[in-house]
Design a protein around this ligand. Structure first.
Ligand code: NAP
Length: 348
């Protein structure tokens, strides 16, 4: 199987942008699909990268963007949802079931219809149909849909809902599922947001789930894993948890952020009843800084039993080598620069 052109759904997001750059560096032509082309025009500066408008949850849009591609990467995911009536059209929904379950089903079906043999699917560490939160349960069910559609010639039967498509006759569909822990890197949600919160919170930092263990993984390592696996047959039909080289308690990561920010903060473990009350209020605010579903996700560790997959030949970076480049003094330097430029009315 020779792959030249790759369609990246969710290629405009934090991880997606890094993956697009890596695919470009590996010589692939890339089509980024976004619901907002104007906001993501900058990606076009890379030769061979096109940015196309479309909503992946609309079947006709999906057909239009994948039909001439050799492979698809699905990165679309949400941390907080907008609950809407199930009776609404799928493309108007932004709830976990629509984005994490229905979309993978649509993507697999589109691959089968257009004879696309290769799919890389982004799930999450701890994703499990029996998991403690709706985020983890829907991510788990989405990954199951993708895995069940994977087929080796003459071994796996065609799932009934894919019968009659081009691939159901060609008998060869090769998905790979990735399940990263917290992903860090410049522009991440985790360290960048906690750095801001730590700066704003006086003296004591209230933290629910502080004992939960995490093994953050660098976004460039995740991106390289995607790019290397694309044409690596030993990764076909496989699932890979992706973790960084070290584990930390959540509270220790906050202490590290405070140290980098050069502020003294005592981490206060919030009891679970109070955390639930806190989330009840915060999930109603714009951007929903903390939800009850996220609290439920924090009830299980976010670590890997296996080391970074050796088949990909990547030695993952520890966060200590990367996070200080964008949290702390350098972060404040960029923020100051931005303010000075704004003050001088200069545009980027
Ligand atoms: N960041 C992490 O620490 C982490 C850890 C584990 C797993 N993951 C998974 O990795 C994936 C990417 O994460 P990220 O942090 O890069 O997310 P992100 O920055 O929020 O990007 C998400 C992308 O999905 C698209 N999208 C969001 N909602 C959509 C909807 N309702 N319909 C269609 N497209 C939608 C957005 O595209 P447009 O708005 O441009 O259309 C955007 O490009 C997700 O599946 C996430 O669950 C992330």
């Amino acid at each position: 199987m020779s792959i030249e052109r790759v369609c990246v759904l969710g290629g405009s997001g934090f991880i997606g942008r890094h993956i697009v750059h890596r695919l470009h560096a590996h010589g692939y032509g890339v089509r980024v699909v976004t619901r907002d082309v104007a906001r993501n025009r900058d990606l076009r500066v890379l030769p061979g990268v096109e940015v196309t408008g479309g909503n992946p949850l609309r079947e006709s849009d999906l057909d239009g963007v994948v039909s001439d591609m050799d492979a698809v990467i699905n990165l679309v995911g949400i941390l907080t949802e907008k609950r809407s009536r199930r009776s609404r059209a799928l493309e108007e929904r932004s709830d976990f079931e629509a984005v994490h379950e229905e979309l993978p089903r649509l993507v697999v079906a589109a691959c089968y219809r257009h004879g696309i043999h290769r799919l890389l699917h982004m799930s999450a560490n701890g994703a499990d149909p029996q998991g403690p939160s709706r985020y983890l349960r829907t991510k788990g069910r989405g990954a199951e849909i993708v895995r069940a559609a994977g087929r080796r010639a003459h071994i796996d039967p065609v799932p009934e809902w894919l019968a009659g498509t081009i691939l159901s006759r060609e008998r060869d569909f090769n998905p790979t599922v990735f399940e990263p822990s917290i992903v860090f890197g410049e522009g991440d949600l985790f360290f960048t947001r906690f750095a801001r919160l730590v700066r704003w919170t006086p003296l004591v930092f209230p933290l629910p789930g502080g004992e939960t263990r995490m093994a953050p993984v660098w976004v460039e390592d995740v991106a390289e894993a995607f790019a290397r696996s694309l044409e690596e047959p030993s990764t076909y039909q496989a699932s890979y948890p992706l973790c960084g080289p070290h584990e930390y308690a959540f509270a220790d990561l906050i202490r590290l952020v405070a140290e980098l920010e050069e502020v003294r903060r005592k981490v206060w473990p919030v009891p679970s009843w109070l955390a639930t009350l806190q989330a009840l209020v915060l999930e109603r605010l714009p951007g929903a800084p903390l939800t009850r579903d996220q609290l439920a996700s924090l009830s299980v560790d976010n670590t890997c039993d296996r080391p970074f997959p050796s088949v990909l030949g990547i030695d993952p970076q520890p966060l200590e080598a990367v996070v200080p480049s964008y949290v702390g003094r350098s972060d404040r330097y960029h923020a100051d620069l931005y303010r000075y430029r704004e003050g001088a009315r200069r545009r980027f």
